[in-house]
Write a protein that binds this ligand. Structure first.
Ligand code: HEC
Length: 107
């Protein structure tokens, strides 16, 4: 019985956590994290050691980390990758998240 109570408390806590996660992080995690890592740091299980999957460094190949270029790239993708039906709002949130993570990286 006590175990059940503990489990239900844990579940409701994790529910709250998801709820308070900032919106930009939620959208990023949903669409991008699988390949680009939870923070955009790359080196994901799918793409280990691919410098272009790292969105926090300064090694860029297909686009540049400005808001305008990122928006274009995320909207149109390339070679079949990155074709999501994202709204302008979702794209803006994803870019907010990437920008924020880039700021957190010590240079
Ligand atoms: C299915 C895996 C996958 C998902 C999901 C994915 N990407 Fe990518 N993305 C890649 C790969 C692989 C590359 C690098 C290709 C290469 O090596 O040239 C890339 C490259 C990029 C680049 C260009 C980097 C550069 O060097 O120019 C950006 C920006 C980017 N992704 C953003 C995103 C965003 C934002 C999302 C979420 C909306 C996303 N990606 C989702 C696989 C993915």
């Amino acid at each position: 019985m006590r175990v059940l109570l503990l489990i239900s408390i844990l579940f409701s806590l994790s529910g709250c956590y998801m709820f308070t996660l900032d919106k930009s992080k939620r959208v990023y995690l949903k669409y991008c994290a699988e390949c680009h890592g939870n923070r955009g740091q790359g080196n994901s299980i799918k793409y280990p050691n691919n410098p272009y999957v790292d969105l926090l460094d300064d090694q860029w190949k297909h686009t540049r980390p400005t808001r305008r270029d990122l928006a274009k790239f995320i909207r149109y993708g390339y070679e079949g990758l990155h074709r999501y039906d994202l709204s302008d709002e979702e794209i803006k949130l994803i870019i907010d998240y990437i920008k924020k993570q880039r700021k957190n990286v010590p240079r």
